[in-house]
Design a protein around this ligand. Structure first.
Ligand code: FES
Ligand code: FES
Length: 220
């Protein structure tokens, strides 16, 4: 196993490579190369949705499945899932953080049907067909999940803005691959950045959680 105090993860924009501004303008498809055909196809689909969404007016009542509960909200078509969580829920769900608002930092990572996704790059309307899990759906302050406890044990945060995103990404990886080792855990967090440079402690915590094994908190 690799020493977690070396080889900090290389930040990756693979999780999403489009800014929302470009995404909504719908002009990016022509700039994509054929070498990225698979990702271009996905982007094309998203851009089409974005253009259609911006043409709609007013708010739309939608139902989101958040942490196993059905939540009714009224959002504009351009509202992101992150905006819906933070600004339209009652009470507001501010555990998912807004940092770059452009798909670059991973602070807003939530799970859609178990897979990490940037909530700032996902339209709320597009999330209606998925099960959304947020940091609030894991442990509670007096009953933390295994990954949350590991972050506390290993002091895996400073300012904490990146922390929910890392915890969601690591949780998703360990649910999919309970025997994940350090390199796999780093790969799982390739889309997450920590401006405070807490990577050694974050990955100590990830390895600690992997060794402990997940319980079923938030497993919805
Ligand atoms: S990736 Fe969404 S806030 Fe940075
Ligand atoms: S703890 Fe501050 S950005 Fe990671």
């Amino acid at each position: 196993m690799t020493d977690s105090k070396s080889n900090p993860p290389v930040p990756s924009r693979d999780r999403t490579s489009l800014s929302r501004r470009t995404f909504l303008k719908g002009g990016v498809v022509t700039g994509l190369t054929t070498a990225a055909a698979a990702s271009a196809a996905s982007a094309r689909s998203s851009v089409t949705k974005g253009k259609a969404a911006t043409q709609l007016k007013g708010r739309i009542a939608i139902s989101l499945n958040i942490n196993g509960e059905s939540k009714q909200v009224a959002v504009e078509p351009r509202t992101t899932l992150l905006g819906a969580l933070r600004d339209h829920m009652e009470p507001p769900m501010t555990g998912t953080k807004l940092v770059c608002d452009g798909g670059n930092c991973g602070a807003c990572t939530v799970l859609l049907d178990g897979a990490p996704a940037a909530a700032c790059m996902t339209l709320a309307l597009d999330a209606t067909s998925h099960k959304v899990r947020t940091i609030e759906g894991l442990g509670k302050p007096n009953d933390l999940s295994v990954v949350q406890s590991a972050f506390c044990e290993d002091d895996g945060l400073m300012c904490g803005f990146c922390t929910p995103g890392f915890i969601m990404a690591i949780t998703a990886e360990l649910e999919a691959n309970p025997t994940a080792e350090l390199d796999q855990l780093k790969d799982a967090c390739a889309g997450n950045l920590c401006r405070c440079g807490t990577y050694p402690q974050i990955f100590d915590a990830a390895v600690r959680a992997a060794k402990a094994g997940l319980d079923n908190k938030g497993d919805k």
